[in-house]
Ligand binder design. Structure first.
Ligand code: PHE
Length: 332
């Protein structure tokens, strides 16, 4: 009786294709392959025995041809010890890092602002950066001769009358209120422009405006909304300070400061940085957009985006945001 399993072992141990061919021939050779012969001899067996034997042999035939195929494939693909030395992989080497891009900290912050205020039921609105003098100043209770215009000196568009690069996102309040009926809650992030340039000012910077109008929206609501949102955006441990401040479009008006912390080179540490203005929307502004100030009231705020980010990430100079220096950007 042939022990077919020895063939199986030999197939699996075959060292190369030539070995395998020899075993193949030995088993399945037409004339005297062992399995071929065994199959041929079936005919001389008694009926009952023939059946079981035939079944057994056919199973082995299948198994052994399968094993030959598998081993042939294995031998065709290089195994570890057939690899050339120069092809070996040093798994301790560091792979070149995949250079994946990411959002710049400013648009990233804008998304967070929209998300955080969105959860508090604020709608997101946008307005044009080229704005009418009417929306940017007049309707916000800043007439032509008002000294408040001095602090928002800006770029006027040549050849187009009464048109400016908006100095704040507040004109979006006007646009928003003119198109809708209160109550509403709105947030508006965007670019703004002024004639300023130093470590904490840039001629182009970003702000986000907020507006909430209802029947009994109060200054307490303003403080609660702002503190909750800013803590979420900047960090639980930021310190705030509200001061009275003047903006013609709110009454009363406040400014919100945040405390610089950490080890800033220029040692701004321990100093307060103004984040923006806020207050209760001035009745004149409500009248200017056709809302009855005897029925409706609410708050508005307008904050810089670069400044809270400077505090959050301890950035001493706001101009780093715009230089596009990868050494700066890679840190976020
Ligand atoms: N628009 C003001 C500024 O840019 C900030 C502000 C907005 C103040 C809304 C009060 C209410 O300085």
């Amino acid at each position: 009786m042939t022990d077919w399993s020895t063939y199986e072992r030999r197939i699996n141990d075959a060292k190369g294709p030539a070995d395998l061919d020899a075993i193949d021939q030995e088993l399945f050779g037409r004339k005297n392959g062992t399995l071929t012969t065994a199959l041929k001899e079936l005919g001389s067996l008694p009926e009952a025995e023939r059946r079981t034997k035939a079944q057994e042999l056919n199973e082995w035939k299948k198994k052994l041809t399968g094993a030959i195929d598998i081993r042939r494939k294995e031998l065709a693909s290089p195994s570890d010890d057939t690899l050339k030395k120069s092809d070996t992989i040093d798994s301790t080497l560091e792979l070149p890092g995949k250079c994946r891009g990411h959002l710049h900290p400013i648009p990233e912050f804008i998304r967070q602002v929209e998300e955080v205020f969105g959860r508090m039921g604020f709608d997101v609105a946008y307005g044009p950066e080229i704005e009418s003098e009417e929306n940017n100043f007049n309707k916000l209770n800043i007439p032509e001769t008002h000294p408040a215009r001095d602090t928002q000196d800006t770029f006027w568009i040549k050849g187009v009358q009464n048109t400016v690069l908006r100095t704040h996102t507040s004109p979006v309040q006007i646009r928003y209120m003119q198109e809708r009926k209160p109550p509403f809650r709105m947030i508006c992030p965007g670019k703004t422009y002024r004639k300023d340039a130093d470590a904490t000012h840039s001629p182009m910077f970003h702000q986000f405006e907020g507006l909430m109008i209802g029947k009994d929206v109060s200054l307490a609501n303003l403080k609660a909304v702002l503190i909750t949102a800013m803590r979420e955006l900047i960090g639980r441990d930021v310190d705030f300070r509200f001061r009275t401040g003047f903006f013609p479009f709110v009454e009363p008006g406040l400014e919100l400061d945040m405390l610089w912390k950490g080890d800033l080179k220029e040692s701004r540490e321990g100093k307060w940085l103004e984040m923006g203005g806020c207050g209760m929307v001035h009745p004149n502004v409500l009248k200017n957009v056709g809302i009855d100030p005897a029925q409706w009231q609410g708050f508005a705020f307008g904050f810089g985006i670069e400044r809270p980010l400077m505090i959050k990430h301890r950035i001493p100079d706001l101009r780093s945001f715009y230089e596009g220096d990868p050494r700066f950007l890679r840190q976020f």
